[in-house]
Write a protein of this length. Sequence first.
Length: 101
Amino acid sequence: MFIYNVTAKVDNSITADWLQWMKEEHIPDIIGTGCFTHAVILHLVESDDAEGITYAVQYHTESKALYNRYIDQFAESMRKKATDKWANKFIAFRTVMQVVN
């Protein structure tokens, strides 16, 4: 199992709308690619929220091949949708982790 982790700092002015969009549109779109089985949204509680709340969204996939398929075929368009909608109201970085237990 692999986890594609997207950590985002979201401007306080859009937090509620961003979370709703993530739950109702963005995550379902990404799961709909067939590359991931499910996703979890986490709030980083020991971070400075003065300039925005930090979330980690973890997309679970059964194989590195499925993750690679997502990156090759879907990632660019999904990132563009987020950037087009929220412009400079968030920053994100991405990591990939492998479950070892």
